[in-house]
Design a protein around this ligand. Structure first.
Ligand code: NAG
Ligand code: NAG
Length: 235
């Protein structure tokens, strides 16, 4: 007996939902690679292949990231334009407010890129406020409110509502996800982690002091200038 198969409306509907779901999944996968390279360039001091690139992986509410910042900043000041820094964020899953703090930095960066580092420094200075134990009784909503208040101290009160709507903008969520994915794709599993010219430094996950930075960068700067001096010799 030949029986023609007909789909019930429920079957048709669930098929459509299945396809829609699939396309949402595909759309999310298409966010990688991102249109723009991840990271925040310090002081807009963008270098080239002839300058030394430091990449720092930070969590804004991580005490070791905080402690590593002043000596790194001092080293950057010492080397000037020979060295440039890109900061990537890795919100650590065991820091309850790391993701929302990282997202705040992406919002600040979207509003005006010169807001990013002042806000990062403000997180470092007052990060205890957002530690797990301190915020254990707070709802997600009240933490976002706190962070908006906190951030406008760094970027200016006139940005309060722009900042608040930044938290409702899916784009800033996606940028924060890209940061997380980028960091993990580099094999970074803690903070701070530092890469110099693309190579990870030993003792990853612990702060380096100023002399540590000089010990790493001085020979590289020296190697560069001796290369230049030697060029006519080899020709
Ligand atoms: C960004 O902020 C800097 C420093 O506050 C200011 O000089 C600049 O005009 C701002 N840029 C924009 C586009 O608002
Ligand atoms: C959280 O709430 C509990 C129960 O009310 C209280 O004992 C504790 O002190 C609160 N912790 C903080 C950090 O507010």
């Amino acid at each position: 007996m030949h029986r023609q198969h007909r789909f019930t409306p429920t079957q048709v509907l669930s098929f459509i939902l299945f396809v829609v779901n699939l396309s949402i999944l595909t759309a999310q996968a298409q966010n990688l690679p991102p249109a723009r390279y991840d990271g925040f360039v310090y002081e807009n001091r963008q270098g080239d292949l002839d300058s030394i690139l430091i990449e720092a992986f930070f969590d804004p509410v991580c005490p070791d990231s905080r402690d590593s910042w002043p000596p790194l900043k001092e080293a950057l000041k010492h080397y000037g334009s020979r060295v440039w820094l890109v900061v990537h964020l890795l919100p650590l899953p065991y820091h309850d407010n790391a993701y929302v703090s990282s997202r705040a930095l992406h919002i600040a960066n979207t509003l005006n890129s010169s807001f990013t580092f002042p806000l990062l420094e403000q997180f470092f200075k007052h990060q205890e406020k957002f530690y797990n134990a301190k915020t254990i009784n707070l709802s997600k909503t009240s933490i976002v409110k706190e962070i908006v208040k906190f951030a406008t101290v760094a970027v200016g009160n006139s940005y309060s509502s722009a900042f608040e709507s930044g938290f409702n903008d899916r784009k800033t969520d996606l940028k924060t996800r890209v940061s997380f994915k980028y960091s993990t794709s580099r094999g970074v599993f803690g903070t701070p982690f530092f890469f110099v010219n693309g190579f990870v430094l030993p003792d990853a996950g612990s702060p380096l002091d100023y002399h540590g930075w000089r010990g790493i960068i001085d020979p590289l700067v020296g190697a560069k200038s001796s290369q230049r001096i030697n060029v006519p010799h080899f020709i």
